[in-house]
Ligand binder design. Structure first.
Ligand code: ADP
Ligand code: MG
Length: 348
């Protein structure tokens, strides 16, 4: 029996699913979150509601746990760094700082000779005027973006003048890729240079939010192999410990691009809970708590749909699911438009 207590920063659905996976491995969990209604408090052993910059509460949290991880990347670097002086934070805070900054992230990926979208730093409106070559494109805040937040599509130069953008923030402009498909690869790296990797997952986004994921992805063998190879290169170069997700674009000429790196478990990997012998969540716990590595094996093909906003009402009322269907309600108190409220995985 393990007697490890894991601290998790962030209390959303990823924190919930990490807590459930930890329980299976007899790892205790303490979730720390700024949101009083954080859904993960329903699943963890202990819950601390406090601000990420509350030094006393952060210190109390560190005292309660053996090792610390986080369920989303937008935790202040200062907090991760302070905690890391008290207990080991995995993945390392420096990795999170690199990856949550879109410019640093893309520079890092390009240095590995891995293709990304074309991008350029933008500090003010006047920087945009000579950048017609990058249009149509998407202007993105360099930090704090998720589910399309902080993103502004720009079609042409004429549109620039009418843009209402807060240039107190930093941005990058990315050329729009003519997408054929999006895929993601999830990999868990352990501290002895070993890893477990899942096959590529095919993803459909609507309005920049993931709606649908499935395996087996309908992609050619070259993309299947190359996406996994690039994920392994990135995880190794970062000396990453834990579960990592690489999001990819495939253009109409079958070129593969890394879109972004998520230094955490990922929405597209929810189907690993029921479709594999070991889920991305369990693998993350195993890696950060230095538990045994188990070879991942696919049990079923599967597809997952995200349940967004008030779509959850029907699912909550209902409904008889087939025995190959698994419904997860994130137990979020308030239903909000565009908010991920649950998901449904169907095994094939
Ligand atoms: P987030 O951090 O919000 O996930 P992403 O950069 O992954 O931001 O963008 C969200 C989605 O928006 C992508 O999965 C894709 O569907 C679309 N998108 C973003 N950037 C581009 C781009 N350069 N070309 C085409 N589609 C894009
Ligand atoms: Mg993304």
């Amino acid at each position: 029996m393990s007697e490890i207590t894991l601290g998790i920063l962030g209390g959303g659905q990823l924190g919930s699913m990490l807590s459930v996976a930890a329980k299976k491995l007899n790892v205790k969990t303490v979730v720390y979150c700024e949101n009083e209604d954080a859904p993960a408090q329903n699943f963890c052993d202990d819950f601390i509601h406090a601000k990420y910059n509350d030094k006393n509460k952060i210190y109390d949290f560190a005292k309660k746990v053996d090792v610390i991880t986080y369920e989303f990347e937008n935790i202040p670097f200062q907090t991760l760094n302070e905690l890391n002086k008290l207990k080991s934070v995995l993945p390392k805070p420096s990795i999170n700082r690199l990856v949550q900054h879109r410019l640093a992230e893309k520079d890092f990926i390009n240095k590995l000779n891995i293709r990304t979208t074309r991008y350029v730093q933008v500090k003010g409106k006047e920087d945009l005027l000579p950048l017609a070559d990058f249009l149509p494109g998407i202007l993105k805040t360099t930090t704090m973006g998720y589910d399309g937040k902080g993103q502004h599509p720009i079609k042409n130069i004429e549109e620039i003048n009418s843009l209402k953008i807060d240039f107190n923030k930093e941005y990058i402009l990315e050329k729009l890729v003519k997408l054929k498909k999006e895929i993601s690869v999830i990999i868990t790296r352990f501290d002895n240079n070993k890893y477990e990797i899942y096959e590529p997952i095919e993803n459909i986004h609507e309005n920049q939010i993931l709606r649908h994921s499935k395996i087996t992805a309908e992609i050619n063998e070259k993309i299947f192999d190359q996406s996994k190879e690039w994920a392994i290169m990135i995880a190794n170069e970062l000396k990453y410990i834990g579960t990592l997700c690489i999001e990819f674009f495939i253009d109409r000429n079958d070129n593969l691009y890394v879109n972004e790196i998520a230094p955490r478990v990922h929405n597209s990997g929810h189907l690993t809970i029921t479709a594999f012998n070991v889920s991305q969540f369990e693998n993350h716990i195993r890696a950060v708590c230095s538990l045994e590595k188990v070879a991942v094996k696919k049990l079923h093909d599967a597809e997952m749909i995200n349940i967004i906003g008030d779509q959850i009402i029907q699912f909550r009322k209902n409904v008889k699911f087939n025995n190959n269907q698994f419904f997860f309600d994130y137990l979020k108190k308030d239903i909000k438009e565009k908010r991920k409220m649950g998901h449904l995985t169907t095994l094939k």
